[in-house]
Write a protein that binds this ligand. Structure first.
Ligand SMILES: *Cc1c(COP(=O)(O)O)cnc(C)c1O
Length: 354
């Protein structure tokens, strides 16, 4: 830390991204990326856009915004496209959270929420998940705080039914409720249908997981015209050209090839169910996931030890050194062949244990 760093950031604890090591080739199952490449139209669109890089991108991302709006039965005024969904989440903290609107989110969830709260110096409470790692909706009813819930949640993969989300949103009309739907395409129920009735609901989505575009950094928020206007106020005060030309073109092309991505999601769901069953057959407890990852633990080996043993065999998964979940590993669902390699390695590791 230099002596110039502003005091307001001296206590900030930044987010720790999943590792991206370069020392060898890994079977990479640690950051919930898609095993499938983007659709063919995306490659063409990006190539065409490269020849126009001397020009600024469209600050409104008008074509992509319109395509997203149409696909959800909303108006372009209900959509804001951002540099990954991390950006829309940060914008939401900047716009809607403060001393008068403190935040609440589950104690076990996306690790960026407390970081955004810290960055924006917003008070927050972390509400404990139940013993089975599910969210108790009662904990959020009428709590008079802003709320962020990932649904499905990460890293558990567990889903809250839409009727519970609806109760939470409607019981907190004086605060914004953010539903982070990064993983909804793998089997969750979306809250987008509530936007027309609920002026305090912001739904966040990303192209990073189900749309094979983590490297493009593309996400978006959906909400009432007024909420999107507020978020635009933040955007135009930080970086009007937050989405670059290539990513906007890639996103638009992806919207036009939706069936490719839907089929990939079905395949990932099928492989997820097979992998979960195989882990259970090896004695693991596997939480019922609706995401593109599974969260599992075994009594036979500690989560940290399993993570290291897998890494030594060239397989990367995610381990969180955090109370209550430190015996678990989170495994991204990759291609079928990758999951076979993973399962073989787990099998070997367990055998060597005894
Ligand atoms: C991956 C993820 C995001 C962020 O995705 P971007 O790559 O920034 O679009 C947001 N929320 C959750 C819960 C995630 O897992």
């Amino acid at each position: 830390m230099s002596r110039y760093l502003s005091k307001k950031y001296s206590g900030l604890r930044p987010y720790t991204p999943g590792e991206q090591p370069r020392d060898m080739r890994y079977v990479k199952l640690n950051t919930n990326e898609s095993p499938f490449p983007p659709s063919p139209g995306v490659l063409k669109a990006v190539e065409a856009e490269c020849g126009r890089l001397q020009l600024y991108s469209d600050p409104r991302s008008a074509e992509l915004t319109a395509a997203i709006a149409e696909s959800f039965g909303l108006e372009p005024e209900n959509v804001l496209v951002t540099n990954g969904s991390d950006e829309i989440l940060n914008f939401a903290f900047m716009a809607f959270a403060d001393e008068e609107h403190p935040m609440a989110f589950p104690d076990i969830s996306y690790g960026f929420y407390p970081v955004f709260a810290g960055l924006n110096r917003v008070p927050y409470v972390e509400i404990p998940l139940r013993g089975d790692f599910s969210i108790d909706p009662e904990d959020y009813l009428g709590i008079g705080r802003g709320i962020v819930i990932a649904n499905p949640n990460a890293p558990t993969g567990l889903c809250l039914p839409l009727r519970d989300i609806e109760r939470i949103v409607k019981s907190n009309p004086d605060n914004v409720v953010v539903i982070d739907e990064a993983y909804v395409d793998f089997g969750g129920e979306s809250a987008v249908g509530l936007i027309k009735e609920c002026g305090n609901l912001l739904v966040c989505r990303t192209f990073s997981k189900s749309r094979s575009m983590a490297g493009a950094r593309l996400g978006f928020g959906l909400g009432s015209r007024e909420l999107i206007e507020d978020l635009n106020r933040i955007k135009y005060s930080t970086n009007p050209y937050n989405v670059n030309r290539m990513s906007a073109a890639a996103g638009l092309a992806a919207m036009k090839e939706d069936s490719y991505y839907r089929e990939n999601c079905l395949e990932i769901v099928a492989v997820r169910e097979e992998t979960g069953a195989a882990l259970e057959a090896l004695g693991f407890r596997v939480l019922p996931s609706k995401a593109n990852f599974i969260f599992a633990e075994s009594e036979k080996i500690a989560g940290g030890a399993l993570y290291l043993a897998l890494k030594a065999r060239g397989i990367l998964v995610r381990h969180f050194d955090k109370k209550r979940i430190d015996n678990f590993i989170r495994v991204t669902i990759g291609a079928r062949a990758q999951m076979e390699e993973f399962l073989n390695a787990v099998n070997q590791i367990l055998k060597e244990q005894t």
